[in-house]
Design a protein around this ligand. Structure first.
Ligand code: PMP
Length: 368
């Protein structure tokens, strides 16, 4: 398989080579690498809950789950968490998945099929793109958050398809901006479509659900995907929607059916973490508004993009910050069009740390 080597050479030539760093410390605000400490601005652990650990959950349920949910891997604590997530998301019910990637891939490919149309935002997450491809429906990509473009595509295709699906991130993972959910709701109703919203970076950050920001409540043509591995601090994911949707997914969704269940202790720990969310979310809000005011970066979420003029400059800034003890990743094409630092602020960062990070960025701009 020598072609692997030449393919990797090609990736290196394009400056797109990726490697792993193995931190010596557990997940948290401070990362240790080769004996050095870094303040972590690269985490999705927005509420600082990833390090929470209840021995009771682990003792009661063990580390594994033993089987898929439909065989013998479904436990009362799974169901308890599903009901709690549904309550928080204001839906009838919810279904747990093993990861957010699997939730998106599974729900989209289970609902949409040949003869259907999916309209997908141009900046949607890779798992949404893969779900769309797997569905074998026709896919049209509308310009990022552009309701006019979306509506023109809906008009053009009216009556040509069996069913129509709109799919979007609520908070976009690399820009931190918010989808126009009120407009998407209006179009979904007007054109009889189903709206699938990926709330991965919104859950526990902008509220329990992004819909709260718009005063909207989910109806039976709204599907909400959420992850447990970001603000909620554990691992896994869920789809929240109608009871009918849950029943359908249990019967038809391949990434739910053919995989080992989320370990019940993870569900147990998530239930514990949920109790801490309101207080942490209030603290996070204070930190976000502090950072917004400090930097002038107007993000409605915990993701702050700091745009750079070139991939090389983004890498140089990331390196400069690393020298000063900050871990902030440079994100480059093709992941994004314009290179940037993706700064994620969490409830654990102090105002002093945020100030120091920003003054280091200013120092780089003034001196290099
Ligand atoms: N959706 C979005 C918008 C994401 O950013 C991510 C994770 N980066 C996922 C889904 C996948 O979630 P998970 O990490 O639980 O697989």
């Amino acid at each position: 398989m020598k072609w692997l080597k030449s393919e990797l050479e090609r990736i290196k030539e394009q400056n797109l080579y990726r490697r792993l760093f193995h931190f010596e410390s557990p997940p948290g605000k401070v990362l240790e690498l080769e004996g050095r400490k870094f303040i972590n601005f690269a985490s999705n652990d927005y509420l600082g809950l990833a390090s929470a650990a209840s021995l009771e959950c682990l003792r009661r349920w063990g580390a594994g789950s033993g089987a898929s949910r439909l065989v013998s891997g479904s436990f009362t604590v799974h169901r308890e968490l599903e009901k709690e997530l549904a309550r928080l998301k204001k839906t009838e019910d919810a279904l747990l998945f093993s990861t957010g990637y699997m939730a998106n891939v599974g729900v989209i490919s289970a609902l949409a099929g040949k003869g259907d149309l999916i309209l997908s935002d141009s900046l949607n997450h890779a798992s949404i793109i893969d779900g769309c491809r797997l569905s074998r429906a026709d896919i049209l990509v509308y310009n990022h958050c552009d309701l006019e473009h979306l509506e023109s595509l809906l008009k053009e295709n009216r009556g040509r398809y069996r069913r129509c699906f709109l799919v979007t991130d609520s908070v976009f993972s690399m820009d931190g901006d918010l989808a126009p959910l009120d407009g998407l709701f209006r179009l979904k109703r007007l054109y009889g479509a189903v709206l699938i919203i990926d709330d991965a970076h919104a859950t526990g950050v902008v509220g329990w659900s992004s819909l709260e920001l718009f005063g909207l409540t989910p109806d039976d043509t709204t599907v909400l995907v959420g992850t447990l591995g970001k603000a909620l601090g554990t691992f896994g994911a869920f789809v929240a929607g109608s009871s009918l949707l849950r029943e359908y997914l249990i019967n038809r969704c391949r990434s739910f059916i053919y995989t080992t269940a989320l370990p019940p202790f993870v569900a147990c720990q998530t239930l514990e973490n949920l109790k801490l969310v309101p207080e942490r979310m209030a603290l996070l809000r204070r930190r976000l508004s502090f950072f917004r005011n400090l930097t002038g970066i107007n993000s409605p979420s915990a993701v702050f993009p700091y745009l750079c003029s070139s991939p090389e400059r983004a890498l140089a800034l990331s390196e400069f910050l690393r020298e000063r003890g900050f871990w902030v990743p440079a994100i480059r094409p093709p992941t994004v069009k314009q290179s940037r630092l993706r700064i994620s602020v969490t409830a654990e960062h102090t105002e002093e740390e945020l100030r120091l990070l920003w003054s280091s960025i200013r120092e780089f701009e003034l001196t290099l």
